[in-house]
Design a protein around this ligand. Structure first.
Ligand code: P6P
Length: 339
């Protein structure tokens, strides 16, 4: 069977939309290129002793960078050289990064990105990921501003993630479905492996860090108890699966059917995960895969961001699972509604 590469797929999809000018296609391709370089270094991470840990000089006398700094540099360089993106909001940088070279400053898009989410898991060889969101800039010309990033997720032009796991998978959407591509390292190509991804009809997994149980809203505690009830007709008790690496947890739940929850708590009502480059891209993917993403009360994609690194609670997965959790949040924890 003739396989289809990411580049072929992007070009094919662009042809289906006459108004598409090719700039978004090139931007997506640039992200794919950077992901390959990050994948190579992630796969060598276990050789830290040999390669030299961050901040040290390795055997070749080169300064070693932390992997997340390396990943950040790779995506910035790829987006800068591609010319379609005029600014980047990165988990690694407090302020937005202006790509104001002659070829980039007129770019139509801005990218919000977590270049290597879950990087604290690297030393234990747990899967980690890149998560990205692409917005059309709001400012018409000149230097991009923070206003270009403070857009609700419903304005997203594209979003996706790269999972550096037992294999490396790039999953993205442009609002016309979700497609996954697996990297063939022998030829350095992302090959279409998961066309038109959809949540399974039934979900059997719930993912949440139950170590925080005493800090959870009552509605979340009730939902966990619901997941643990014995009711074979509704496939309960569900299995609990939690890796502690968002991309790995979200991707498994998309493939096998399950809900991922990182809620607000009595310690932090906004939760832990970042709205612009963790919650929104995952929410866009989930909705395009037939699921739902909520902060417990509101659609994640409708939240109006007020700051680049603001956090948001997230309940994401098959619609019926998210709606059950929302019902319990409304009944038992209305005080956790943020707006
Ligand atoms: P906790 C990783 O640090 C991360 O940002 C996400 O990838 C992951 O879902 C979450 O934090 C895990 O947080 O508090 O359960 O360790």
């Amino acid at each position: 069977m003739k396989f289809k590469t990411l580049t072929e797929f992007i070009i094919e999809k662009q042809a289906e939309y006459p108004q598409a000018s090719g700039e978004l296609s090139r931007l997506l391709n640039d992200i794919g290129i950077a992901a390959k370089f990050v994948n190579r270094e992630v796969n060598r991470a276990g050789l830290g002793e040999v390669m030299g840990y961050a901040g040290e000089v390795n055997v070749q006398g080169e300064d070693q960078k932390k992997l997340d700094v390396y990943a950040n540099d790779q995506f910035i360089a790829a987006l800068k050289s591609g010319g379609q993106c005029c600014a980047i909001g990165s988990e690694e940088n407090d302020e937005i990064i202006l790509l104001d070279s002659e070829i980039s400053k007129h770019g139509k898009y801005v990218v919000a990105i977590d270049p290597l989410d879950g990087s604290s898991n690297i030393e234990s060889n747990v899967s980690i990921g890149t998560i990205f969101s692409i917005y059309r800039r709001r400012t018409v010309r000149g230097v991009a501003t923070i206003e270009d990033f403070l857009q609700p997720g419903r304005n997203l032009v594209a979003a996706g993630y790269v999972l550096y796991g037992s294999s490396t998978v790039l999953v993205y959407t442009t609002g016309y479905g979700v497609n996954g591509f697996t990297l063939d390292p022998s030829v350095g190509l992302f090959i279409l492996s998961h066309p038109n991804m959809k949540y399974p009809e039934t979900g059997t997994i719930y993912s949440i860090n139950e170590a925080n149980y005493i800090y959870f809203p009552e509605g979340v505690k009730r939902y966990i108890q619901f997941c643990q009830e014995d009711d074979k007709a509704t496939h309960r008790p569900y299995s609990t699966r939690y890796i502690g690496s968002m991309v790995a947890d979200v991707h498994r739940n998309l493939i096998r059917g399950g809900i991922f929850i990182y809620p607000g708590t009595i310690v932090s009502k906004q939760g832990k995960l970042r709205l612009l480059y963790e919650c929104n891209p995952v929410a866009f993917i989930a909705e395009q895969a037939g699921g739902k993403a909520s902060d417990g009360f509101r659609r994640v994609l409708d939240i109006q961001p007020k700051a680049l690194h603001e956090r948001a609670p997230i309940f994401v997965g098959p619609t019926y699972m998210v709606e059950k959790a929302e019902a319990l949040m409304k009944q038992y924890s209305p005080e956790f509604r943020l707006e």
